[in-house]
Write a protein that binds this ligand. Structure first.
Ligand code: CA
Ligand code: CA
Length: 151
């Protein structure tokens, strides 16, 4: 077990990604390069989001940014992503009644019922098959997130 907190780890990763992008080590990076940082940090923005990010940054009317600005920006982005991630986790848990890390057909069925959706077994089956990408008969968390994001 490592003793550093998630926050510290995050701060370290932000610093490392900045250093990596700042190739000439002058403490400044090009505004457009922030997209590389976003990818290094494992954030997967859509191209629409990237456009939004660039627009945000252009509004600052700066061509380059220092670490402070970069850090602030990344912290905000990571927070948004964590928020989304928590939402997925929460809903996954709702479905995964026995908490074994998989959602079975029965769990999906009763979960959807619990949400007040009226669906026939056939419809639930269709949903289930759509979500179960590797066809092992259960939905794991990754499959769940993919399915949910595509809905
Ligand atoms: Ca389960
Ligand atoms: Ca599966």
């Amino acid at each position: 077990m490592s003793t550093i907190s998630k926050k510290e780890k995050e701060a370290l990763e932000i610093k490392e990604s900045f250093d990596f992008i700042d190739e000439d080590k002058d403490g400044l990076i090009q505004v457009e390069d922030i997209v590389r940082g976003i990818h290094i940090l494992g954030l997967k923005p859509t191209s629409k989001e990237v456009d939004g990010i660039i627009a945000d940054l252009n509004a600052l009317e700066k061509k380059s940014m220092d670490f402070g600005t970069y850090e602030q920006f990344m912290k905000k982005k990571l927070k948004e992503v964590n928020y989304e991630h928590n939402l997925f986790k929460k809903s996954f848990k709702k479905f995964d009644k026995d908490g074994d890390g998989f959602v079975t057909f029965e769990e999906l069925k009763s979960g959807l019922k619990g949400m007040g959706t009226r669906m026939s077994d056939g419809e639930v089956q269709r949903y289930f098959e759509e979500a179960d990408i590797d066809k092992d008969g259960k939905i794991d968390y990754d499959e769940f997130v993919k399915w949910f994001s595509n809905m």
